[in-house]
Design a protein around this ligand. Structure first.
Ligand SMILES: NC(=O)c1ccc[n+]([C@@H]2O[C@H](COP(=O)([O-])OP(=O)(O)OC[C@H]3O[C@@H](n4cnc5c(N)ncnc54)[C@H](OP(=O)(O)O)[C@@H]3O)[C@@H](O)[C@H]2O)c1
Length: 272
């Protein structure tokens, strides 16, 4: 198999599936696409993709089939009717899901004679194929080593382990970090807006540099943890959070989210 130029099938032409297909076409792969609802492939066809009449035909036409659907249930609905066509095939599932779902799917695919990797996309459609994009993969290491050059145009391939659930596990955990960060940023902006501050200037000159300064502490490696633990003062942190909640209450900004932090933050810190 020449992985520099593979025949790649894509099941799912949502925003992400189309971005994946486009990046693979740009890299010179032969791309065959399928989507449940017809009519979503036109721009890709104009760029050289082929459209298959169904799921089995997509898999049959490909050295490697990438699955990128809404969720685990849609993957099952799509693949189960073609179970008898999976023997000897190679699939990479880039649909978001839980670690348990990824493990079950990998087992089910193996049971039908297919080799597979499970993935977690650490990018959004416009950043697919750009420098910062990376994709987590877990499953058989030899398969990852073989496919990584072909998958690299989507984003840097990053190994997450032999356990097929690990890519999903790290993906979901990283999403929690993202949602927490964005919810905090939304709250910050609401507070500034409620008090008549300059939101654009606040975002640019305060929020972003502040969050960038804090990021290494949130994702601390051993060296940062040492620095933090010397100066870490739980009472000061608790008081600071309380002060922020009081200011938010006074400005009429909802504090449900941050209020929950008050209860759970310290419990998590103690067990981290
Ligand atoms: N977009 C992002 O920023 C992003 C980032 C990282 C990871 N992801 C993950 O990538 C995956 C796809 O995301 P997306 O942004 O492409 O979502 P999307 O735009 O909502 O597209 C969903 C895709 O799933 C298909 N689908 C839904 N239910 C189906 C079913 N029961 N049977 C067959 N096909 C079904 C849809 O087909 P129809 O056109 O027929 O509805 C469509 O192709 C998700 O798991 C998502 O979590 C997305």
């Amino acid at each position: 198999m020449n992985v520099k130029q593979l025949r790649i099938g894509i099941l799912g032409l949502g925003a992400m599936g189309r971005a994946l297909a486009g990046a693979l076409l740009d890299a010179g792969h032969e791309v065959t696409v399928w989507n449940r609802t017809p009519g979503r492939a036109d721009d890709l066809l104009a760029r050289g993709a082929r459209e298959a009449p169904g799921v089995a035909a997509t898999i049959a036409a490909a050295d490697l089939t990438i699955v990128c659907l809404l969720n685990d249930a849609s993957v099952r609905t799509t693949l189960e009717p073609v179970a008898q066509d999976l023997a000897g095939r190679t699939l990479v599932n880039l649909t978001s899901g839980s670690a348990a779902q990824a493990r079950e799917l990998a087992g089910w695919l193996a049971g039908h004679g297919a080799r597979s990797l499970a993935g977690g996309i650490m990018a959004v459609p416009p950043t697919i194929g750009t420098v910062g994009a990376f994709i987590l993969y877990s499953g058989p290491r030899d398969l990852f080593d073989r496919l990584a050059p072909a998958l690299a145009p989507l984003g840097r391939p990053q190994w997450a382990g032999e356990d097929p659930g690990f890519a999903a596990l790290y993906d979901m955990a990283a999403l929690s970090g993202m949602y927490g960060m964005s919810a905090g940023a939304d709250h910050a902006v609401a507070l500034v807006h409620a008090e008549g501050g300059d939101v654009a200037a606040f975002k640019r000159e305060v929020l972003r540099p502040w969050m960038e300064q804090m990021l290494p502490f949130m994702t601390a490696g051993a060296e940062v943890t040492e620095v933090v633990s010397e100066d870490y003062n739980p009472e000061m942190q608790a008081t600071g959070l309380e002060t922020m909640l009081t200011a938010s209450d006074a400005a009429g900004v909802p504090t449900e989210l941050s209020g929950h932090l008050r209860a759970s933050l310290w419990r998590m810190r103690r067990t981290a």
